[in-house]
Design a binder for this molecule. Structure first.
Ligand code: FES
Length: 208
């Protein structure tokens, strides 16, 4: 059922359909990946897709709008989460919008050499499309976040325990990998963006 809808929309938009990304695709090929999310394990390949195909637009669909699974999928890095019923219209919109599937969505923010061998907070920097961001290396991976959503303080001087950082301004705590708010006063999760190293540079994807 879903495959029929995907095939129809892809045909109309001039995209060709493949079961798996072919080896011949370059990392910045124009690519939309669609995956069904039945449980949280189905969100695990997202990071690998992001690393292999930085410019891919990732769409995940659920059979029903189950809130917990929906949020897990968003946190995992899907660009768009929708229901099975909303998949056709959502996909049509994505394929018609060049700015969503363009390789230019990925932004090179620094050289890998600038952050090699460093842990914890790496740097704060201003990136046009995203504003002020922070780069971190926690639990063996590079992650990119926005500022504290409470009053926009930088978390750079925050204490880190595992993957959880404490805002030095008023004490909100966030998981740096998922963005999840662990403690207030912030009412919101920390904005997170996909970050990956490729060809000697660190790329950030403003996926939401
Ligand atoms: S600015 Fe971070 S908790 Fe207030």
């Amino acid at each position: 059922m879903a495959l029929r809808a995907i095939t129809r929309v892809a045909d109309q938009a001039g995209y060709s359909l493949c079961d798996a990304a072919p080896d011949t695709l370059t990392p910045f090929a124009r690519l939309v990946v669609v995956g069904e999310i039945r449980n949280s394990d189905d969100t695990l390949p997202v990071r690998q897709w992001r690393e292999s195909y930085p410019s891919a637009f990732l769409v995940g669909f659920l059979q029903a709008p189950e809130q917990g699974l929906w949020m897990t999928a968003e946190r995992a890095g899907f660009d768009l989460v929708c229901t099975r019923g909303g998949l056709g219209p959502a996909l049509r919109k994505v394929l018609a919008d060049d700015s969503l599937t363009s390789a230019e969505r990925a932004i090179a923010v620094c050289n890998s050499a600038d952050i090699a061998g460093r842990l914890g907070h790496l740097m704060d920097l201003e990136v046009g499309a995203l504003g002020k961001i922070s780069l971190w290396r926690v639990e063996g991976r590079v992650v990119c976040t926005g500022m504290c959503p409470h009053q926009r303080a930088s978390l750079a001087r925050g204490e880190i325990e595992g993957s959880v950082v404490t805002c030095p301004a008023h004490g909100s705590r966030f998981d740096l990998i998922s963005g999840e708010r662990v403690r207030g006063p912030s009412d919101f999760d920390l904005p997170c963006y996909s970050a990956y190293e490729l060809n000697g540079r660190l790329w950030v994807m403003p996926h939401r």
